[in-house]
Design a binder for this molecule. Structure first.
Ligand code: AMP
Length: 114
């Protein structure tokens, strides 16, 4: 069996985290190393290592992640200006191989992102 991911361990309560939002599909936690005044991670309960590993059967779940990202931004006062980002693969900066959507807000967000 594959080792549990860091985020599965957080979802199962083995590792503490600041939980901002939870529903049957996903959880949102505060990022431990924030890159903006508000930085949350929306993580599906189902382990999908990278976005590219998602399949047709995950279509609804992937939509749920975006809705949760918007909900968590809105509920923390950032509904008018926030960014969502997914790093896919080590070459794009992914370090935790359990899909997650970054939600960043609270500062000017430059474009293009680095
Ligand atoms: P990525 O580099 O896109 O895979 O994002 C992984 C994110 O997880 C990084 O922004 C980390 O700061 C964050 N992270 C790592 N460990 C924890 C933790 N224990 N609790 C919350 N966020 C974490």
């Amino acid at each position: 069996m594959r080792e549990k991911t860091l985020f599965s361990r957080i979802i199962e309560g083995e590792i503490p985290a600041d939980i901002l939002y939870e529903d049957e599909y996903c959880i949102a936690i505060r990022d431990i190393n924030p890159q903006a005044p508000f930085h949350a991670l929306v993580v599906p309960r189902k382990v999908i290592p990278r976005l590219v590993d998602g399949s047709e059967e995950d279509a609804m779940l992937l939509g749920r992640l975006l809705l949760a990202a918007a909900a968590v931004a809105r509920s923390h006062g950032h509904g008018e200006a926030f960014r969502v980002a997914v790093n896919n693969g080590a070459g794009a900066g992914q370090t935790v191989f359990h899909l997650h959507v970054h939600v960043l807000a609270g500062r000017a967000l430059g474009w293009p992102p680095g």
